[in-house]
Design a protein around this ligand. Structure first.
Ligand code: FAD
Length: 560
């Protein structure tokens, strides 16, 4: 395998160029930090030891939401901040952060009463400044059934209907990385921070980086360092010898994916399950996904398994509220499991711990940020870069204020969501004119926005292969060129989202996609075989479920 000239040039820069800020960790937090800092004029390097968004930022419920649940814990400031952030993140990327109305059924014996729900949803809207048609409405039992006929009717009392947004967390991360690059940042995946170099005053002056692609170790000079390593944040605090009593607690959450035909919901539903948790069931193009669990996790955060018990627990809760679906483990096409990097609070369970973010600053100047939500990434980035500004003041320098509220993410701009829907029609026409499958329009626009025509154009230049194969090959080639996709699995899992949302579509196009990577990175036959096996292993990992080993915490099914 051989790196592309673009990647080699970037590595050259790491060897020779001192940066203002080195950001470690390319999940949504790090990507947001890189964009915030670069757009304020800092010379930024973002490194990620695996692929961008390979940690928690591709394993969330993929909602840009205010966190209705946190109202219960009276986390008013948090709900207000993330509630308001929803609208901002939607505005800067409406093709990627889409309005998703949520149905909240009220059931006998459930945790939500009619009056309290009406009040809570009103407060929720009020805190987030929700206006017009997006304001919550309360529904009678009959109306609720009309909104979602698959709901169990005998225990249904009515419902609430309110506004949230849905995204693809990995794509949101990648578009932030690309937008940061447009503002001058340098971003590299598969580069790991392994150690820090300190000056005579004890402050970090360089970070030792290991390039996992070439095996090279590089000492990268930098004036400031932010660790946005989520579940791994304590690892680097330990390397820096700055661990304190405040540490991260990992709480595991699993989602399962079934074909839309098996659970053809008209709306996203947020519903009670008997043990007091609440699940989301979210329709998304050809599938519906459901989750999530919340169990303490002590294993390796790099490989979080979905156990048979996790799946059975989600299926049980889902079948109780949608009895006609009668979902079985064989219906589960895919799944994902992630860990929430929560800030530990003594005596509380994972579900009870706050979703607030926290910044740790060590004597060496290392700034570590953890906790928080996908939804709040822009504000978290602003806060931690402000802290870099404080550090700069000590050297008599001044940092500009953030403007990320006004920065459209790549793939845009779109005036509003109506413009996105109109654009989908344009893309469907382009696909049809190119004799490609027009039903990929929604997929292309939600993933790539206004970058879609470039992919379609490249597909028309390919003369061999099936329609779907040509389009997928063009898409993969485009992601190698523009989105730092280094391995086929990067594209299958995080650029295209197929591993989770469209498993059956992978096998028919895999050979074409492997050929594209083989050409770009000069694969030998053995390399191609290795990458084919990696994709197959990942497909197995998300769709075949072993029982949990003894002693591992799993969610318990409560009959209801
Ligand atoms: P991560 O995405 O984990 O990124 C950290 C990165 O650092 C990783 O990619 C890792 O590889 C890298 N890294 C670690 N060490 C090094 C090193 N030494 N060198 C280089 N790189 C390194 N939030 C919402 O707003 N809405 C939701 O619907 C939602 N649902 C969720 C559901 C579940 C089940 C979970 C687990 C979380 C959910 N969240 C949600 C929370 C949200 O996903 C997280 O807050 C967010 O993704 C955390 O992002 P991060 O960038 O901080 O961490």
């Amino acid at each position: 395998m051989k790196a592309t000239p673009k990647r080699s040039q970037k590595l050259d820069k790491l060897r020779n160029h001192p940066f203002d800020l080195l950001v470690i960790g390319g999940g949504i937090t790090g990507a947001g930090v890189a964009l915030d800092a670069a757009s304020r004029g800092l010379d930024v390097l973002l490194i990620e030891r695996n692929d961008f968004a390979s940690g928690t930022s591709s394993k969330s419920t993929k909602l840009i939401h205010g966190g209705l649940r946190y109202l219960k814990n009276l986390e008013i400031a948090l709900v207000r901040e993330v509630g308001q952030e929803r609208a901002i993140v939607h505005e800067i990327a409406p093709h990627l952060v889409r309005p998703e109305k949520m149905l909240l059924p009220l059931i006998e014996g459930g945790s939500l009463g009619k009056m309290t729900t009406s009040m809570a949803l009103w407060v929720y809207d009020f805190l987030a400044d929700v206006e017009g048609d997006d304001k919550r409405v309360m529904l009678s039992k009959e109306e609720t059934i009309e909104y979602e006929p698959l709901l169990r009717t005998d225990i249904l009392k009515g419902g609430g209907f309110y506004a949230e947004y849905r995204t693809d967390d990995a794509r949101l991360t990648i578009e932030n990385v690309k937008t940061a690059e447009k503002h001058g940042a340098t971003a590299l995946n598969y580069v790991e921070a392994t150690d820090f170099v300190y000056g005579d005053d004890g402050k970090i002056t360089a970070v030792t980086c290991h390039d996992r692609f070439t095996g090279e170790s590089i000492s990268v000079k930098t004036s400031h360092v932010i660790s946005s390593t989520g579940p791994w944040v304590d690892e680097l605090r330990t390397v820096d010898k700055s661990m304190t009593d405040r540490h991260v607690f990992l709480s595991k959450g699993v989602h399962i994916v079934v074909s839309r035909d098996r659970l053809p919901l008209k709306h996203a539903v947020y519903f009670d399950v008997p043990d007091g948790r609440m699940f989301f069931a979210i329709p998304r193009l050809r599938c519906t996904y459901i989750g999530t669990t919340d169990t303490a996790y002590k294993g390796d955060p790099n490989a979080i398994p979905t156990y048979q018990e996790d799946v059975e627990y989600i299926l049980h809760g889902t079948n109780l509220i949608f009895p006609g679906a009668n979902l079985k483990i064989e219906d589960v096409e895919s799944s994902w499991a992630g860990v929430r990097p929560l800030i530990y609070e003594e005596g509380k369970s994972g579900a009870e711990m706050s979703r607030k973010d926290e910044i740790f600053e060590s004597e060496s100047g290392l700034l570590s940020i953890a906790g928080g939500k996908l939804t709040g990434y822009r504000k978290m980035a602003e806060r931690v870069v402000d802290r870099v500004g404080k550090q700069m003041e000590e050297d008599g320098k001044k940092l500009k204020q953030t403007t990320t509220k006004e920065i459209d993410l790549s793939g845009g701009p779109f005036k509003d969501f109506a413009a996105v829907l109109a654009y989908e029609k344009v893309i469907a026409e382009q696909l049809e004119a190119a004799s490609l499958t027009a039903d990929r329009a929604a997929y292309l626009v939600s993933n790539y926005g206004k970058q879609s025509p470039d992919i379609i154009k490249a597909a028309t230049l390919r003369s061999e292969g099936t329609d779907v194969g040509r389009l997928a090959a063009a898409e993969a080639a485009w992601c190698i060129e523009h989105e730092l996709a280094l391995y086929p699995i990067d594209w299958v899992e995080r650029r295209s989202g197929r591993l989770y949302f469209d498993m059956p579509s992978i096998e028919p196009i895999l050979e074409e996609v492997l050929a594209v990577f083989a050409e770009a990175y000069n694969y030998t036959e053995a390399d191609t075989q290795q990458e084919r096996e990696r994709v197959h292993k990942a497909m197995k990992w998300v769709s075949e479920f072993e029982p949990a080993p003894e002693g591992v915490v799993v969610p318990e099914v409560v009959e209801g």
